[in-house]
Design a protein around this ligand. Structure first.
Ligand code: SF4
Length: 413
């Protein structure tokens, strides 16, 4: 995707690789030092946050994620993108790190508007630092000097205009952790709602009661990545298990449409015991929550474990079904996991939605989301009619498409 780079010194950086080279030169103190660093650019494109309280001695406490950082003056929080200046919390505003159009099945949502196009945007930064992150270029942009996201100036109006132009039904905040950029997401989602679009978060689930209350009026669909059921593993990733479990319970109680994903990593979270406890927890919240066990492939800093095999996913799925989950899927290995890409009626086992990877190959639900054979309603958010699938593949609009002219050359503050 092309568009205006945020910040004046950025215009000559024609690719992320070149940008990375420039930034490393800037940060190593050579003669390009006068150019702004990525940190400068991100810190300039902010506005006052809405999810914080003021503490004594000019400190603030942020509530956007489960870390609930108490932040001294002049310092950022753990995520590196929200920071305290003069006793005020400043948060990211007015740019995107990535924009892409995905099939909604890629998020993955399997029980929400099958076939819809999900216009997906992200900013930069994350509150965790998973060694296997598949979006590390944006999520770790301010933490890892080799991860160089390229921010693009954006406004909520322009993003929504572009989503409509592409034929999207859903606008999704994803690619970095959306909780840490909640104020920007809500600004975009207010525009999206006014234009008749649905909205979604693709998140690690490290939330707080405050951020969920803040999001509830504006977010329809919520995917949580439940990475493990072992607090020691979460510590390795930079978080804690309990806030994520609390968030899952709250999301369900508050009426968000919730689906849960676990990337199954050999030797990390794939023991029978851990998968059993994890799926029993989900079932204790609701057996109607779809659970996606997806295959790991070597990425970023995690290159030791083998890629996940189909047998491992099928074992995980069996454990999930034994725990009582009614809708269990195996992802990332299309065509290798038997029936685990399809949706069946939990009452009579009638085949309802057939899939190959992100492609829907058959759709048999009634207009009210019920089984045509026994009439049982399948939990989810269903359109009255399946109107085909816009695309089964992610795509980035061409530089000469309307996106180029829609995204402005600089940030509108
Ligand atoms: S979003 Fe999370 S990590 Fe970032 S400042 Fe707020 S509480 Fe800390």
């Amino acid at each position: 995707m092309s568009g205006g780079r945020v910040g004046s010194g950025y215009a000559s950086a024609r690719s992320a690789r070149l940008t990375g080279t420039l930034l490393s030169k800037m940060e190593s103190g050579n003669r390009l030092r006068c150019m702004p660093t990525l940190r400068d650019i991100v810190y300039e494109n902010v506005r006052e946050g809405e999810l914080y309280e003021k503490l004594d001695r000019n400190r603030v406490r942020c509530f956007a994620c489960g870390h609930c950082c108490p932040i001294p003056e002049g310092q950022p929080g753990v995520c590196k993108v929200r920071y305290n200046r003069g006793g005020t919390l400043y948060v990211p505003w007015g740019y995107t790190g990535v924009v892409q159009c995905d099939p909604i099945e890629k998020k993955p949502f399997f029980h929400a508007y099958p076939g819809a196009l999900a216009y997906s945007f992200g900013m930069l930064g994350c509150d965790l630092h998973c060694a296997y992150c598949q979006n590390w270029v944006t999520s770790q942009a301010l933490r890892d000097p080799t991860a160089v996201g390229s921010p693009l100036g954006a406004t909520p109006q322009r993003l929504v205009q572009q989503a409509l132009h592409q034929g999207a039904k859903v606008l999704v905040s994803t690619y970095n952790e959306p909780l840490i950029t909640s104020e920007w997401a809500v600004a975009v989602f207010k525009e999206a709602r006014a234009a008749g679009l649905l909205t979604a978060f693709v998140s690690n689930g490290n939330g707080t009661p405050q951020v969920l209350e803040y999001l509830r009026p504006w977010v329809d669909l919520y995917k949580v990545d439940l990475k493990s059921f072992d607090d020691r593993h979460y510590h390795q990733l930079g978080g804690r298990l309990q806030p994520i479990l609390d968030t899952i319970r709250r999301l369900h109680e508050m009426g968000f449409w919730l689906e849960i994903v676990t990337l199954v990593i050999p030797g990390f979270n794939d023991s029978d015991d851990e998968l059993q406890r994890l799926t029993e927890f989900i079932a204790s919240v609701s057996t109607d929550i779809p659970w996606h066990a997806t295959a790991f492939h070597k990425d970023y800093k995690m290159t030791d474990p083998d890629n996940t095999r189909a047998q491992t996913l099928m074992r995980a799925a069996e454990i999930g079904k034994k725990a009582g989950l009614r809708h269990v899927y195996a992802g990332n290995l299309p065509g290798e996991v038997g029936d685990l890409e399809n949706t069946r009626c939990h009452s009579c086992q009638q085949l309802l939605i057939e899939r190959y990877s992100y492609l829907i190959t058959g759709y048999h639900l009634t207009s009210s989301g019920c089984c045509p054979s026994c009439g049982t309603r399948t939990p989810g958010r269903w359109a009255r009619e399946f109107q085909g699938q816009i695309t089964a593949h992610p795509f980035v609009p061409h530089a000469r498409s309307s996106l180029f002219s829609i995204l402005g050359p600089s940030v509108s503050m």
